[in-house]
Write a protein that binds this ligand. Structure first.
Ligand code: GCO
Ligand code: MG
Length: 402
């Protein structure tokens, strides 16, 4: 079998997605997600201009060799744009392999390690009563794990909370959304939020929260310690993780479990965090961390240190990534949880999929490959629509971590 075409499809069915389609001389094709939120066209160009031409004529079954070729052959290693492009190629090649073998991807990886995949949903409110209402809806829908984010009193806007009611989407059209941040107000309020959740719903659901890189290590340590009575499943991205050693400080002070890594793109970003057991869950996912071939290496390293996976699954990762991730999750021995935010209706139509959600768990389905396709005619009806991720500033105007 030979690769005869590789096309990049950019579409905006409710939000922007970049998809790579690799076609073989035998008519089989595979697709991969190449969406890097807010920087979509950089990856589209990287693929179109620098990767697709080099794929033509190759044997799509040589997945490892193609991965190494794209990683080492670029000379310029790692980085989100390169690794997202490699991730898309890798996902598409595994899809082709599954179709050629007539097997669902999870079976190629080694078969199911569990019956279904536990996912966590987002309960988000502009204030405490609204956040608790959303939490109640998730409990009703059968979620076993729920992330809570809430507007902070006297703070204009905060990560994870939409200004309007309805689904949260960080990227905005037109001007960049500039949000303001006060660590003091946040740290004062957030323990009360968790207390209210446990008071109303007890301890039957796993409770998660995303700090979104906003605290310094010692502030994160203080928060982790303060919220220990509420027994969080995880506290996510409590501080930026470029400096992996910074997490030692958090670990010295608290037993609240820590999840990190949605912005990571390679094993090198989390090597120290894993080897020193500074985190409990690794959030890297297929699209941004080099596909199945690479994420499998990350998960295997993590398993040596009892670190579990918690793949990023925001709606800016396409339904293609969701499908492939569910196969990965069904197989990976050291699975923790999978994020699932849901998708706009139009996106679900553009990407016909075998995966399904039922009462807090998901399954990738039994279709050969990863089980997600793209309706190209429909995709063409939703042209690219530029959108920006927000930035955050301290109340005095200093640029902060969004
Ligand atoms: C999460 C993430 C997302 C990111 C988004 C950026 O935990 O789901 O923090 O909401 O902000 O993926 O594009
Ligand atoms: Mg996050």
């Amino acid at each position: 079998m030979k690769i005869v075409r590789a096309d990049v499809i950019v579409t905006c069915p409710g939000r922007n997605f970049v998809t790579l389609k690799i076609v073989t001389d035998e008519g089989l094709y595979g697709i991969g997600d190449a969406t890097l939120n807010g920087r979509e066209l950089a990856v589209a160009s990287y693929l179109k201009d620098h990767v697709c031409p080099t794929l033509i004529g190759r044997d799509p079954g040589r997945i490892e060799d193609i991965w190494q070729y794209l990683y080492k052959g670029a000379y310029w290693r790692r980085g989100p744009v390169t690794m997202t492009a490699i991730g898309a190629v890798d996902m598409a090649l595994w899809d082709i392999l599954g179709k050629a073998a007539n097997l669902p991807l999870y079976r190629l990886l080694g078969g199911a390690s569990r019956d279904s995949v536990m996912v966590y949903g987002h309960a988000t409110g502009r204030d405490l009563p609204e956040a608790l209402e959303r939490y109640a809806e998730h409990v009703e829908a059968g979620y076993k794990a729920i992330r809570i984010q809430c507007g902070i009193p006297n703070m204009g806007s905060v990560y994870g909370v939409s200004k309007r009611a309805g689904a949260y989407e960080p990227a905005t059209k037109g001007a960049v959304d500039e949000q303001s941040w006060s660590t003091e107000k946040y740290l004062d309020f957030v323990p009360k939020l968790f207390e209210a959740v446990r008071e109303r719903f007890g301890f039957d659901t796993h409770l998660l929260h995303d700090v979104h890189h906003r605290l310094t290590p010692i502030e994160a340590a203080r928060l982790g310690k303060a919220v220990e009575p509420y027994r969080l499943f995880w506290l996510e991205d409590p501080t930026p993780a470029e400096n992996q050693a910074a997490f030692r400080l958090i670990r010295e002070h608290t037993v609240t479990p820590i999840a990190v890594g949605e912005v990571f793109n390679s094993i090198w970003d989390c090597k120290q965090l894993i080897e020193e057991q500074l985190v409990d869950y690794i959030r890297a996912t297929l699209t941004h961390a080099g596909g199945i071939t690479h994420l499998r290496r990350v998960a295997d390293l993590a398993s040596l240190y009892q670190v579990r996976t918690g793949c990023h699954g925001a709606s800016d990762l396409s339904p293609v990534c969701m499908g492939a991730a569910l196969h990965f999750d069904l197989w990976v021995p050291n699975f923790g949880v999978q994020e699932y935010m849901g998708y706009p209706e139009a996106a679900l139509d553009v990407f016909p999929h075998a995966w399904r959600f039922e009462r807090g768990v998901m399954h990738p389905g039994e279709a050969p490959g990863h089980g997600v396709d793209i309706d190209e005619a429909l995709a063409a009806r939703y042209p690219y629509d530029p959108a920006w991720l927000p930035v955050a500033r301290l109340e005095d105007g200093t640029l902060w971590n969004w």
